[in-house]
Design a protein around this ligand. Structure first.
Ligand SMILES: [Zn+2]
Length: 223
């Protein structure tokens, strides 16, 4: 695991447990040290991974309430929720439905990748369009694309977007044929004019990759 500072109050934790596997990717967790809360975007593969982040927070940041955000329901983004089961866990309404439907099957299928003892833990705060922590300058918005439940986090103070798996190098992966929604989401990202973009997997990036991904979706749509 490596930690990179981003903006004035952000940290990107990059995990490599899925490198050299069939998935062959690094995975990013974005932590924002807000005014009175610490926000953690996604929880990766389990409590062992989240303990590393908690230790970092305890060592380097002032004690504040921790709030978790799930960018979508895929197993590689939610298995660490159980480590934070006493905290607020925010997700889109489709995410909770997808977790209820698929998480146990995914846990059985990919059990070898668990980091620590994983139990499925549902989000406890659900939104439809967005949740805005106004004083913190943090927004969680519904942004369907990679999945029908994909959501994103925007840090308005630093102008940084955590896009989950909607932005991916070299090409994004679609779980359904929702080309129009995906196109809208990526176009909306462009209108946001953020400075940096953190994808769920791979290097911290910018609009060049969003435009490439958008062109890829448009191409798929026209086929
Ligand atoms: Zn993923």
């Amino acid at each position: 695991m490596k930690v990179d500072r981003i903006g004035s109050r952000g940290f990107v934790f990059t995990f490599d447990e899925l490198l050299n596997t069939e998935f062959n990717c690094t995975t990013n967790i974005y932590v924002i040290d807000g005014k009175s809360h610490i926000f953690i975007c996604d929880t990766f593969l389990g409590p062992k991974s989240m303990l590393l982040i908690k230790k970092f927070i305890d060592k380097y940041l002032k004690k504040k309430e921790i709030i978790i955000f799930n960018s979508h329901s895929d197993w590689d983004h939610i298995w660490g929720n159980c480590f934070f089961k006493e905290q607020l866990i925010i997700a889109h309404e489709n995410t909770i439905k997808n977790i209820e439907k698929n998480a146990q099957v995914e846990l059985n299928k990919y059990r070898n990748y668990c980091q620590g003892k994983v139990s499925i833990c549902l989000p406890n705060i659900i939104f439809t369009d967005k949740i805005h922590f106004y004083e913190e300058g943090i927004e969680f918005i519904y942004s369907p694309g990679h999945t029908n439940d994909s959501a994103s986090c925007i840090d308005r103070v630093d102008n940084i977007l955590f896009a989950g798996d909607n932005v991916e190098s070299p090409n994004p992966y679609l779980n359904s044929n929702n080309f129009d929604e995906y196109e809208r989401t990526l176009t909306n990202y462009i209108f946001m004019e953020v400075k940096r973009i953190i994808p769920g997997h791979g290097e911290i990036t910018d609009y060049d990759l969003v435009i490439k991904n958008l062109n890829y979706i448009k191409k798929l749509k026209s086929m």
